[in-house]
Design a protein around this ligand. Structure first.
Ligand code: MRU
Length: 327
């Protein structure tokens, strides 16, 4: 059985979701009960372990899980890692091997998160001399999506531990409010100074000179350094460039997809219109992409557990990711 924290119920209730089969997990992924790129990778791997342990068709499970959401490459990557472990195992050992691999990924993610926190805060020190950072973040990139403290949020937490976080600006993150519901929940639990804003208030915040750096995560980073992340990230990158503020992406190497050549090749998940049309007249159509793409030229740096790529260019990214992306 897979025990998941149902993120759709936060922050009002901390409710566990128990999955004993793959359709349950696929639904949890599609409804965003389980979400965020690194966690999707872990969910994919544990899903394969669950299918193997319960005697389900593991290849069918792999197809269903990997196809549950299209944009975060970590999902297919986690599925693939556990599937390979299952296949490579000796007779009768597949389920054990898949579970061991899922646990290995979980630990790797925690270690990677620590490294991203350390490297990211070191980078902040160079980009924003004098400390006392006022950081703007979008969506949710913390412990809720990770075996550790997350990606961009791990950097925020490291800055807070160092006594250098003056303010965390939390974008509400329309339409599903991952910022208001989840990042604010994590910030409050960590005792950080944080302030929530409607996404469309970010422009006036930059104009007032209140933002020193933008830190966001990523769902897929293409070979040319284009970054797909929660919709609303690209406008922040444009604002950051206009106001001379660094825009930094923090993500594990498993988010880098060297097989996707550029931003235009990244499949962007389109979600149901009713996530947006709640207050509109009946029959209103909605444009509701879950992600947008920021071109590499607007990204100051990409921080992974292996190092920092800056300026963001395909050659630097390929060197960092190495030839062993799937291993
Ligand atoms: O639709 P979601 O909530 O799964 O989108 C999540 C994001 O866009 C995150 O910013 C991204 O996965 C990075 S999480 C470390």
């Amino acid at each position: 059985m897979l025990v998941l924290l149902d993120q759709t119920r936060l922050p009002a209730e901390e409710v566990e979701l128990l999955c004993t089969d793959v359709p349950c997990l696929v639904q949890a992924i599609q409804t965003l009960a389980v979400r965020g790129a690194p966690l999707l990778g872990l969910a994919g791997a544990y899903g394969i372990a669950l299918a193997a342990a319960r005697g389900f068709d593991v290849h069918e499970a792999a197809r269903d899980l990997a196809g549950a959401r299209p944009t975060a490459v970590n999902l297919a990557w986690g599925v693939q890692r556990a599937l390979e472990a299952f296949r490579d195992a000796g007779p009768g050992q597949g389920a054990r091997a898949a579970l061991d691999e899922a646990r290995r990924l979980h630990q790797e993610d925690a270690r990677g998160s620590r490294e991203m926190g350390r490297l990211g805060v070191e980078l902040l020190g160079k980009l924003v001399p004098g400390g006392g950072y006022r950081v703007l973040t979008h969506c949710n990139t913390g412990a809720l999506v990770s075996g550790g403290e997350g990606t961009a949020f791990a950097v925020v937490r490291a800055a807070h531990r160092d006594g250098e976080l003056r303010r965390l600006w939390v974008d509400e993150t329309r339409p599903l409010l991952q910022g208001a519901r989840l990042t604010a929940y994590e910030a409050a639990r960590s005792g950080m100074p944080y302030t929530l804003l409607a996404d469309n208030a970010a422009g006036s915040l930059f104009a007032a000179g209140e933002v020193d750096a933008v830190l966001v995560g990523a769902d897929r980073i293409a070979a040319d350094g284009s970054v797909a992340n929660k919709v609303g990230s690209y406008p922040l990158a444009v604002l950051a460039r206009h106001h001379g503020v660094p825009f930094v992406v923090v993500a594990p190497v498993s988010t880098v997809d060297l097989d996707t050549p550029d931003g235009a090749s990244i499949e962007i998940e389109q979600r149901a219109g009713d996530e947006v049309t709640g207050s509109a007249p009946p029959g209103t159509q909605a444009y509701n992409p879950a992600f947008d793409v920021t071109p590499p030229g607007l990204v100051t740096a990409i921080v992974t557990e292996r190092g920092v790529v800056s300026p963001v260019r395909g050659d630097g990214l390929a060197r960092m990711a190495g030839g062993d992306f799937l291993r």
